[in-house]
Write a protein that binds this ligand. Structure first.
Ligand SMILES: C[S@@+](CC[C@H](N)C(=O)[O-])C[C@H]1O[C@@H](n2cnc3c(N)ncnc32)[C@H](O)[C@@H]1O
Length: 281
């Protein structure tokens, strides 16, 4: 198998997980996605919106609900593309949208034109070359436009996840199911040791992507390729590209500023505005 991690055949089957999740999308999940997206980018009335790595299409749909005049959604995984098309056709008939199978590395300003808002939530760290993916996506907002993205924060356990994820992504369904059982058992134990109950945790469970707990666990354990980044490294990348941070939602851990990451790393969210000066570096 090729070692080029930007190629889809080396990736975890994200799209299969999204396809199985998408049947559960109701107005509740849509409303939560709307609230989550609005918190990052505000109202989108009349805006042209690009969703890179759209997965289920739920957030492309949320962008339409927030008033976007046109939504372009792309994903590298054919199952994600088919799922997003199905979700949008069902929930957003009559709106202006398209879903294309294309990699972030092949997106170009010439072919697509500029966007008022470019959105890539939990995607660029799964592309096999996060820094190149950030630069590529950053070329697409219009001057003064918004680039909102979420990336895994760096945790102490990254060394472990970089070994576990490629194994899980290639493992048989039975081996994956066993891995999920072990993970969930350890998670329950962790909750019990800290005086919390798994049943209460599940009852209140809502991932910010609308997923249920079991789809989320599968996505976390298999999410390969995997990279992570610190907020100061994001800033160092974005400044020379002539972006200014509008807001961010980041978390610092208690262990020398980093979380341990025993059950996962979690995403930090960043919102940047492209300089309105026409000549970007
Ligand atoms: C964890 S999912 C996130 C989906 C969605 N953005 C969300 O927040 O629910 C990551 C998605 O990125 C897609 N992806 C991975 N590499 C990509 C690339 N090079 N170009 C576009 N999408 C990519 C995967 O196929 C997957 O659907």
């Amino acid at each position: 198998m090729t070692k080029d991690l930007t190629r889809v055949e080396t990736h975890f089957a994200f799209g299969r997980n999204w396809a199985s999740f998408a049947d559960r999308i109701t107005e509740v999940e849509i409303e939560e996605a709307v609230v989550g997206l609005q918190r990052l980018v505000g109202a989108l009335n009349g805006k042209r919106f690009l969703d890179i790595g759209c997965g289920s299409g739920l957030h492309a749909l949320a962008a339409l609900r927030l008033g976007a005049r046109e939504v372009v959604a792309v994903d590298l995984d054919q199952n994600s593309v088919l799922t997003a098309r199905r979700v949008l056709a069902h929930h957003a008939p009559g709106h202006v949208w398209q879903v294309d199978k294309i990699s972030v590395f092949d997106l170009s300003l010439d072919a697509m034109g500029a966007f008022d808002t470019v959105y890539a939530w939990g995607v660029l760290h799964h592309t096999g070359d996060m820094q190149r993916a950030i630069r590529q996506a950053a070329a697409l907002p219009a001057p003064g436009g918004i680039f909102a993205f979420a990336l895994y924060r760096r945790v102490w356990m990254d060394w472990f996840w970089r070994r576990e994820k490629p194994w899980y992504a290639r493992a048989s369904s039975r081996a994956q199911a066993r891995a999920r059982t072990v993970y969930m058992a350890l998670f329950r134990l962790g909750l019990r040791l800290t005086g919390r109950s798994f049943a209460d945790y599940l009852a209140g469970y809502r991932s910010n992507r609308g997923m249920d707990y079991s789809h989320d666990v599968h996505d976390w354990l298999g999410g390969w390729p995997y990279e992570s980044i610190l907020p100061k490294e994001v800033e160092a990348l974005m400044r020379p590209l002539r972006f200014e941070q509008v807001q961010s939602f980041t978390r610092k851990g208690w262990l020398f500023g980093r979380e341990f990451g025993f059950f996962g790393s979690g995403c930090d969210e960043y919102v940047y505005r492209r300089s309105s000066a026409l000549c970007a570096a």
